[in-house]
Write a protein that binds this ligand. Structure first.
Ligand code: ADP
Ligand code: ZN
Length: 754
């Protein structure tokens, strides 16, 4: 191949033909090949998306690096076939970030690329949405206008609207005949233009003004702006502020200042559809520059995702609000990354690449050279520990911003209530809670009841033989969904009809044990027949806008009582809610996970924070079977720091994170013996090769031992640094002859312990 077909890179005085290393799409393990860059494609750079030949086929991939072709190991490289897009799709800092994610979390680089380039963008098949626009070609004078108004009033009206609102308006807004007339007279032209699909179409955001900050907020803002100015000197910032202390106001004002400086802002929030209020607050504050705000969440259609992504990539959207995966938004000139509710478990991605978005955001900020702000009322102990040992700087908002008092929290001992409940039916409402709701109803105040389980009953139990109906595919009891008229597995979604008698002993005495949101709703309707009640959970809110509509109805006083799952636990702000009931506070407490206590504490604190956010004093009623548990007692006192002291002491003694890192290895297979045997073999190898400072756990069945027809066994490994574990572990896994029906997964810094 003659040299002049290659682009040339200057190296000293010589010009060299270049080659590209390409990571192919779609392979299970990473496949990288080198190709020559033909002269026509000299725009190819790391992060370009390209078409390449592979055997007899054409496949797509991402360029990882570009280097002088002379250094290629193979003398004659095949040339690249083409570019998928003129633009470099992954900017250099993101590319480096992707490599870090892949290494640290032991994930194939290809899986990281897939996370960075959403499917809608990769496939390019969605393209832009096009629409007809009518455009004014020249301004009519007053006389011309008057003349037209006499002959063709409809046409004159269109001209006027174009003069006022123009120069181009959607053609669909006008009568076809009027447009035709205007076009014939050469007043207007009609063109097809690309429009962004706006997921918020039809909604109006009223511009809100910055509030004047209180002293603590002011100090926090100053510290954030200082970090924005000198990001290389600054540490990551942890904003610790009780619920309602005005953290969001600090985010908004900081973001505004960064945008004014011409830089961009990334805001991560826990699964955004759960917190429409947060998005609304951002959209409203930046209402006069709305096209600069992009929102990324899992309910976007493919087309909407395509548009939002390209708006960000072209630099049009300068502030991105999104859930976990927005971590990879292709913003350039980042000034600030904000992670709201940074303690949330949903920041962890449970599929490869299994990254923790909050921790990874800290790394992205370092690579991009920008400031990072983590905020929470109940910081993750990992973040808190980092602040304690000086890796992060701590900012505090100790009081509620709106002068409201923290609510009064009462703990109800359900062991005594249980005795009062009718035989065979669960104790759902304690007498204390029933009275409290009654009072609110008579005063016209509102109540939220929280329960983290959907469905009607948590299981079907035979009273004669004790048999529990389990999922065919998972080792877990099936939940009764009465509205659906079926039993549902909450792990894999499998459904079946409820049995009329015990499937084992044929006794008809089957009991619906436990309760979920459906049953609570039913009880409430019986006990408070005149109250206006709505239920908010994944079953009742499956339509796109029902959540927003229900919350709106509640906010405007059209409902008295809201019962729901974690969908109502976070970030909601209703001034007229003076009572929050937490129905079974212990639910998450007794699972085999060292974070169970932390999760319970933070959930109680967050839910309690929904009460009394206006001028009225709030009350929280917590129903519990273990009322003296420290997680419940500290939450009752709103005492995060007290909780953290004792919880950290427990973690330190046991060597759990944040004292060091953990890695969870899970082996799964449809064949139980095979999974167990493979894990034991791996364990034996690791026991030989690991140095003593690595704590190698025993192989054991996962807490959920069977899921989706797969048996699962696991080992938890702990050490000071994750790399101390992952390097030898990946080597051992690579050397292990894994039977075909067995899959091993490695989860670094796991959140869900199986
Ligand atoms: P957080 O994000 O910490 O839960 P928010 O930002 O939602 O707190 O603030 C709680 C309430 O206090 C909101 O209604 C907000 O408008 C109000 N607020 C925040 N900052 C101020 C302030 N400086 N002055 C008056 N009200 C404020
Ligand atoms: Zn199942």
């Amino acid at each position: 191949m003659p040299d002049d077909e290659f682009p040339f890179a200057a190296e000293g005085s010589r010009l060299l033909p270049m080659a590209a290393r390409v990571l192919l799409d779609g392979a299970v393990a990473d496949l990288e090949f080198d190709y020559a860059i033909p002269a026509a494609l000299d725009g190819v750079a790391p992060g370009s998306r390209v078409k390449v030949p592979l055997r007899q086929r054409t496949v797509t991939g991402t360029v990882l690096m570009v280097y002088p072709a002379a250094e290629a190991e193979v003398p004659k490289l095949k040339p690249l076939l083409g570019l998928l897009s003129e633009r470099v799709m992954i900017p250099p800092a993101l590319m480096e970030f992707g490599k870090w994610i892949s290494e640290y979390y032991c994930a194939p680089l290809e899986s990281v690329m897939r996370a960075m380039l959403p499917e809608a963008v990769r496939e390019e098949k969605h393209g832009e949405k096009r629409r007809l626009f009518v455009r004014l070609l020249r301004e009519p004078s007053a006389e011309e206008h008057a003349a037209l108004a006499k002959k063709a009033p409809k046409q004159a009206e269109v001209l006027l609207l174009l003069q006022l609102g123009g120069p181009a308006l959607p053609a669909a807004d006008f009568s076809g005949a009027a447009l035709k007339g205007l076009r014939e007279k050469a007043w207007v032209e009609i063109t097809e233009e690309a429009v962004a699909r706006d997921p918020f179409e039809g909604e109006r955001f009223i511009s809100t003004k910055a509030l004047s900050l209180n002293q603590a907020q002011h100090d926090a803002l100053v510290a954030v702006l200082e970090a924005v100015r000198e990001p290389l000197q600054a540490k990551p910032l942890l904003l610790f502020g009780v619920t309602g202390s005005g953290k969001t106001e600090v985010y908004l004002q900081a973001a505004h200042r960064v945008l004014e400086q011409g830089r961009s802002v990334l805001v991560l929030v826990p699964e955004i559809s759960l917190t429409p209020q947060t998005v609304e607050r951002f959209k409203s504050r930046f209402a006069d520059m709305q096209d600069r705000v992009a929102v990324l969440h899992s309910h976007l259609g493919q087309g909407e995702r395509f548009d939002e992504w390209h708006r960000i990539q072209r630099g049009q959207a300068r502030i991105v609000i999104g859930a976990r995966s927005a971590l990879f938004a292709p913003l350039d000139e980042l000034g600030l990354i904000i992670v709201d509710e940074e303690h949330e478990g949903s920041y962890k991605q449970e599929q490869p690449p299994r990254y923790q978005a909050r921790d990874a955001a800290v790394v992205r900020a370092r690579l991009e050279g920008c400031a990072i702000l983590l905020g929470s009322a109940t910081p993750a102990l990992e973040s808190w520990h980092n602040a304690q040992r000086g890796k992060y700087d701590l900012l505090r908002l100790p009081e509620r911003a709106d002068d409201a008092k923290l609510p009064l929290v009462r703990i109800i001992d359900m062991r005594t209530e249980k005795k009062r409940a009718a035989k065979g039916s669960p104790a759902i409402l304690s007498e204390r809670l029933r009275m409290a709701i009654d009072q609110r109803l008579s005063k016209g105040e509102q109540t939220i009841l929280f329960l983290n389980r959907r469905g009607f009953a948590s299981s079907v139990v035979c009273q004669a033989c004790g048999h529990v109906v389990k999922c065919l595919h998972c080792e877990i009891a099936m939940t009764v969904h009465r509205e659906l008229g079926r039993l549902v597995c909450h792990v894999c979604g499998f459904q079946k009809l409820a049995p009329q008698k015990c499937p084992e002993c044929k006794d008809p005495a089957i009991l619906l044990a436990g309760y979920g949101t459906e049953r609570v709703e039913e009880t409430l309707r019986k006990v408070f027949p005149v109250a206006r009640i709505a239920r908010v959970d994944a079953d009742s809110m499956s339509q796109k806008n029902t959540l927003r509509d229900t919350l709106h109805a509640f906010k405007t006083g059209k409902l008295d009582l809201l019962v729901g799952t974690q969908m109502i636990a976070k970030g909601l702000h209703f001034p007229n809610v003076t009572l929050v009931g937490i129905l079974n506070a212990d639910m998450g407490l007794h699972i085999p996970d060292f974070r169970a206590g932390e999760r319970t504490f933070s959930l109680l604190t967050q839910v309690a924070g929904r009460a009394g956010r206006g001028e009225l004093m709030g009350e929280v009623v917590v129903q519990s079977f273990t009322p003296h548990h420290p997680s419940i007692q500290f939450a009752r006192q709103h005492d995060y720091e007290g909780f953290s002291v004792q919880e950290l002491e427990f973690r330190r003694q046991c060597g759990y994170p944040p004292y060091g890192h953990a890695v969870l290895v899970t082996v799964r297979s449809e064949r139980e013996n095979l999974a167990e045997f493979t894990l034991k073999t791996l364990h034996a190898k690791l026991a030989k090769s690991f140095p003593p400072e690595i704590l190698l756990g025993e192989p054991a069945p996962s807490p959920l031992v069977k899921s989706h027809d797969q048996y699962r066994f696991q080992i938890l490994i702990r050490a000071r640094q994750a790399r101390q574990i992952t390097e030898p572990l990946m080597a051992a896994l690579g050397a292990l002859k894994m039977p075909k029906e067995v899959i091993a997964t490695v989860d670094v810094d796991p959140v869900n312990l199986g």
